[in-house]
Write a protein that binds this ligand. Structure first.
Ligand code: ADP
Ligand code: MG
Length: 225
């Protein structure tokens, strides 16, 4: 077993300010995650799950506290270094795919590799193989706006995993799908995660899905119980 520590989160807080009104959304989050480890995050709507994931994904910054990634304090990095870090080490799957509508499935999945400066032949090979893997061989050159909800989520998963991220973050990745396609998209996500060896943190409303994880963190009013 590899128990290398990947993520160490301490005293994480996030306060939103609007005029003179302050809302404490995260109120002191502490946990750690080992390399390759998986955990589900559950909790009532509004408990701060998305806020936590966005901070771990470096899409938002904490008001106080630390996120150490292999010992490195992420929020001490300059913005440019943080963008490189995100491209190399993180994958993110949102509830609403967040694909670029006017780009094809292929182009959406290729984007992280283009940003990383991967040679074009290798991009073609990897993206084609991955889109075949997620069952979209025949849809590869369709614009994402022409795809069904389940197909879009498959593309979003392929995009998140194409760089073999150390950490995969998924925020209710099947929350917007019907029961049947949610099940198959979820299975696909777990299979690809396994192959890539990424650690994963997944937010889900679905207790049945959460029960498939050894570790489940419950958020309540901005803290982990
Ligand atoms: P969850 O994902 O668990 O449903 P969120 O992290 O989305 O919860 O939100 C937690 C709380 O933070 C909610 O009360 C929400 O209204 C508030 N919140 C989220 N984003 C903002 C924002 N940009 N400004 C002010 N309040 C926010
Ligand atoms: Mg949320």
């Amino acid at each position: 077993m590899n128990t290398e520590k990947l993520l160490e989160v301490t005293g994480l807080t996030r306060v939103y300010r609007e005029g003179s009104i302050e809302t404490s959304v995260l109120r002191g989050i502490d946990f750690s995650l080992n390399a390759h480890e998986m955990t589900a995050v559950i909790g009532a709507s509004g408990s701060g799950k998305s806020t936590l994931l966005h901070i771990l994904g470096t899409l938002d910054a904490p008001t106080a506290g630390q996120v150490l990634f292999r010992g490195q304090d992420l929020f001490r990095l300059p913005q440019s270094a943080l963008a490189v870090f995100r491209n190399r080490h993180l994958g993110f799957v949102y509830q609403f795919h967040h694909l670029l509508a006017d780009f094809s499935a292929f182009e959406n999945v290729a984007m992280p590799l283009l940003i990383a400066g991967t040679p074009r032949d290798e991009i073609n090979e990897r993206v084609t193989a991955l889109l075949e893997r997620v069952g979209l061989r025949d849809r590869m050159h369709h614009r994402s706006s022409e795809l069904s909800g389940g197909e879009r989520q498959r593309v979003a998963i392929a995009r998140a995993i194409v760089n073999k991220p150390d950490l995969l973050l998924a925020d209710e990745p099947t929350g917007n799908l019907d029961h049947k396609s949610a099940g198959s998209v979820f299975d696909l996500l777990l299979e690809l995660r396994e192959e890539a060896g990424s650690a994963m943190m997944i937010v889900t409303h679905d207790r049945e899905l959460a029960s498939r994880f050894e570790r489940v963190l419950t958020m309540r009013d901005g803290v982990i119980q």
